[in-house]
Design a protein around this ligand. Structure first.
Ligand code: IMP
Length: 423
């Protein structure tokens, strides 16, 4: 049996989808444990290219059961259309389930997401607008709608009456928005419930029997601890915990069963949304790196902020997660560069910091760079890590030394076969 968690080690968008797609070829159960439609996992395989937002990347293995875990927040409309789209392209969604305890992203959450983020002013998070934060606020406020609620009109009406009493008052009086109508919301929810009924399950027996039968379980993270509600650059974060500990809680898998935590890091850095990013490149070098890496958001299409590899961040995130392995992605993006800076430490008020300081000072930290020579050769044809140019291997070795986690694999292109496994 193996329970593997895949987490990001930067600010998200590290290429976790591609790795989960690859690993799920051997998985029996693949679960998302946090977040929702704010994820944008790009997968390229023999079915084509997919940008998955909700459905776990394990869906491409017909033998793998896929579950949106209890820790997720899901818009049923978006889930249904994503499943429909995948199915139309020849991929079976027969083994796709959702935890009855997962929370529903309601239409009013998306409105709140927009107006509340605008109202934050200088602390605007630049969210994906998918209603994630407001859905988690309702969950923690104990007024959320869960998937099993979609199966009972009586429960729904009672809960929504309470919720709308509060939310409509805020929407209309504070934000000048239109109120939501109880009966149309109830009708919409019932329709979702009817379509999703066979897929809404108690995930506890599923997990229990997978553990008991020594199955391979893959827990698919979104984002990274830098956007974690507790450990990220608060308040520029998401509203859940995209960490190995969050995986345990959100999937309902006891921590002692997790035996592998793979941290995924791009060979450089990128971030979507606001918040500090010490190695960000705002000049032509940044534009060049963005173009080389095709760094535009899978969920929103927004240009991503890009910068050099920040070992202070990745070291911190791999420590928070207890990463056992490091998967480096998109090494090929650096193929043409003559020199590649790597951030080894920060300078803050004249002091050299190797450990990530408190988030309130991240934006005042200056990166300290070590300049490594580029390799200026195509890496995509390599079949093993040993085939890579000398300077590319030297670059990887330096990242490993700085992060203190051994290499699991190296990505040299978008397709499954463009992943070189460490032996
Ligand atoms: P939210 O998760 O939509 O509330 O957004 C919170 C922050 O996380 C914002 O900075 C978003 O841009 C960022 N974010 C959310 N999901 C993703 C993702 O899948 N990739 C990269 N950034 C994301």
């Amino acid at each position: 049996m193996s329970v593997t968690v895949v987490v990001g080690t930067q600010w998200g968008d590290e290429g976790k989808g591609k790795l989960v797609d690859l690993l799920s070829q051997e998985a029996d159960l693949c679960m998302r444990f946090q977040g929702g439609g704010n994820a944008g996992h790009t997968v390229v395989n023999n079915f084509g290219e997919f940008k998955l937002h909700l459905v776990p990347c394990g869906i491409f293995n017909p033998a793998c059961t896929c579950v949106m875990g209890t820790g997720t927040v899901v818009d049923p409309h978006d889930l249904l259309s994503e499943m429909e789209n995948i199915e139309q392209r020849g991929v079976s969604v027969a083994k796709m389930f959702i935890s009855d305890r997962a929370h529903v992203v309601m239409p009013y959450h998306k409105v709140f997401d927009r107006v509340e983020d605008l109202a934050r002013g200088a602390y605007r998070v630049d969210t994906t607008g998918r209603g994630i934060g407001p859905a988690y606020s309702d969950k923690v406020g104990r007024i959320g709608i869960r998937f099993h609620d979609l199966l009972s009109e009586e429960v729904l009406r009672e809960k929504l009456k309470l919720v709308l009493h509060r939310h409509n008052a805020i929407l209309t009086h504070v934000y000048g928005e239109q109120p939501f109508d109880l009966e149309s919301l109830v009708a919409g929810c019932i329709a979702w419930g009817q379509r999703l009924r066979p897929r809404i399950v108690d995930s506890v027996p599923l997990v229990r029997s997978a553990l008991k039968d020594n199955k391979n379980i893959l827990l698919e993270g979104q984002l990274s601890a830098m956007k974690d509600i507790d450990w990220g650059s608060y308040p520029f974060v998401t509203s859940s915990s995209p960490t190995a500990a969050g995986a345990s809680a959100g999937a309902g898998i006891p921590p002692r069963f997790i035996n592998r935590v793979i941290g995924v890091a791009k060979a450089y850095s990128s971030q979507v949304g606001t918040g500090p990013m010490p190695t960000e490149l705002k000049d032509t070098a940044g534009n060049n790196l963005r173009t080389l890496g095709g760094e535009f958001g899978a969920t929103t299409g927004r240009p991503r902020r890009v910068g050099w590899f920040d070992s202070v961040v990745t070291r911190y995130v791999t420590e928070i997660n207890g990463c056992t392995d490091l998967a480096i992605t998109k090494l090929d993006v650096l193929d043409t560069l003559t020199e590649i800076p790597v951030c080894t430490a920060y300078r803050y008020q004249g002091e050299l910091l190797e450990d990530l300081p408190d988030p309130t000072v991240h934006d005042k930290c200056e990166p300290v760079y070590e300049i490594l020579p580029g390799w200026q050769q195509r890496t995509r044809d390599a079949k093993t890590i040993q085939d890579l140019p000398y300077n590319a291997r030297r670059y990887l070795d330096r990242l490993v030394t700085l992060v203190h986690v051994p290499i699991h694999s190296v990505g040299i292109g978008p397709e499954r076969e463009h992943t070189l496994m460490a032996i």
